[in-house]
Design a protein around this ligand. Structure first.
Ligand code: HEC
Length: 115
């Protein structure tokens, strides 16, 4: 049972990787796709999030966090105050917050837990 799930996961990972390689536009699909470089789920705003949020550390530090929208905003403010994160134009910040709150909310729908 467990090994079937394991094999299925591998197969899925391969398919997802292939899918990412052949699609350049982010789309809203039921079958999620993940960016093979960062691991970010491909959804509206993932490119701008990649630009601003993977310059200093890997995307994994973000993927493993689960925050509400205001939690993300607090974290970004903290990085701006303490970690030299630059000012992000309001429009771009909105896109980033929407992306993070949707895909990396408290239930962490895109963080694969090891079980
Ligand atoms: C200018 C560099 C820089 C950029 C750009 C940056 N961060 Fe960070 N971030 C840091 C540093 C440095 C740490 C680690 C601080 C530490 O070691 O405690 C960190 C830590 C984090 C953490 C972990 C916080 C924790 O609980 O320990 C998260 C989540 C995070 N960043 C998210 C983001 C997001 C989202 C963005 C894009 C808006 C971003 N970062 C962009 C510098 C940056």
């Amino acid at each position: 049972m467990t090994s079937k799930i394991f094999l299925f996961t591998i197969l899925l990972a391969v398919l997802v990787k292939l899918g990412v390689a052949y699609s350049s536009e982010p789309e809203n699909l039921n079958t999620k796709k993940y960016d093979s470089n960062t691991g970010f789920v491909i959804d509206n705003g993932y490119k701008i999030t990649t630009t601003h949020c993977t310059a200093c550390h890997s995307a994994q530090i973000i993927i493993q966090q689960g925050q509400t929208r205001s939690g993300w905003l607090e974290l970004i403010k903290w990085m701006q105050e303490e970690q030299d994160l630059w000012e992000i134009p309001k429009e771009q910040l909105e896109l980033i917050l929407n992306y993070l709150a949707t895909n990396y909310g408290e239930d962490r729908p895109n963080f694969k837990k090891e079980k």
